[in-house]
Ligand binder design. Structure first.
Ligand code: ADP
Length: 271
């Protein structure tokens, strides 16, 4: 009864097998390419602080060490380069551990408002060359308690708020707002800095992707901050979104579950 001849049947089976194999090969090739690129990126990023430190130390050894002023200046710069190397390795380890699932998320109930307050305080303590006005808006009579990994959410807020300052201009503004929706708390971090061109917007969450390589390098970031943010939020089944206009600024947003007061009481009772 069948209208398909046995030969065609065999042909179809072979075809679908070939297609499946080709897909596997493509995936493997893509993976290999990704690894090659990644290793090239890491090597490049590591080289920068290593070269700088080497340069300062060799210059000192070549005689600059005899001048006290030069000695202090070069040692300070070498120390700074080593600090950025340390940050880079630390960020790489964090990303790697998150990807391989070694880092477990520790969920607790905590106030998101407090976390943002702490980040702002940390920022104020850091002697920044750039004067940026930071304002933080929320309804004081509302609760912003969420259920998440506090330490990791601190990191998310820290990376986003620090970026909003870093990529701003002098006397620029950063507006942070907290809003509660039905079951969620939305965090918006808005800056009026340089903004991000549309073609880069899709890629800024990739490791080491920078919009303007040379200028941003001076800011001393590792290029991994947003990749870490994306990972942490994905781990919370949330995601980061961004909208940006060149010359006007950017808004980075994410949301986390809102713990209603009733649930909070219930949790305390259970504890
Ligand atoms: P970096 O260490 O370079 O800051 P990130 O992963 O945090 O790395 O950010 C990646 C890139 O995205 C930055 O180099 C910068 O070009 C761009 N970027 C991030 N945040 C902002 C922002 N608020 N305004 C403009 N550009 C930004």
């Amino acid at each position: 009864k069948s209208s398909i001849s046995p030969l065609r049947k065999i042909n179809n089976v072979i075809n679908s097998y070939a297609i499946a194999r080709q897909k596997e090969i493509d995936a493997l090739q893509k993976n290999a390419e990704f690894r090659r690129e990644f290793i090239a990126d890491i090597s490049h990023e590591l080289k920068t602080p290593i070269f700088a430190t080497q340069g300062y130390i060799h210059t000192l050894l070549d005689g600059a060490i005899d001048d006290k002023q030069v000695r202090m200046k070069f040692l300070k710069r070498a120390a700074k380069s080593l600090d950025s190397l340390d940050n880079l390795v630390q960020d790489l380890l964090t990303l790697n551990q998150m990807e391989s699932g070694v880092i477990k998320f520790v969920y607790t109930d905590f106030d998101l408002k407090e976390v943002i307050d702490e980040v702002i305080e940390e920022l104020e303590h850091k002697a920044s060359k750039r004067k940026v006005n930071i304002s933080f808006k929320y309804d004081s009579d509302k609760s912003y308690v969420t259920h998440a990994d506090r330490q990791k959410i601190y990191r998310v807020c820290q990376n986003l708020i620090f970026n909003a300052v870093k990529y701003n201009h002098d006397e620029g503004e950063v507006k942070i707002s907290l809003k509660t929706q039905k079951n969620h708390i939305q965090v918006d971090i808005k800056d009026d800095g340089q903004g991000i061109p549309p073609e880069d917007l899709k890629r800024i969450f990739e490791r080491f992707y920078r919009v303007e390589k040379s200028r941003n390098k001076k800011e001393g970031g590792t290029g991994l901050g947003l990749a870490i943010v994306k990972h942490i939020l994905e781990g919370h089944k949330s995601k980061i979104s961004v909208s940006s206009t060149v010359g006007k600024g950017s808004i980075f947003s994410f949301s986390l579950p809102l713990v209603k007061e009733k649930e909070l009481e219930k949790n305390i009772e259970v504890d």
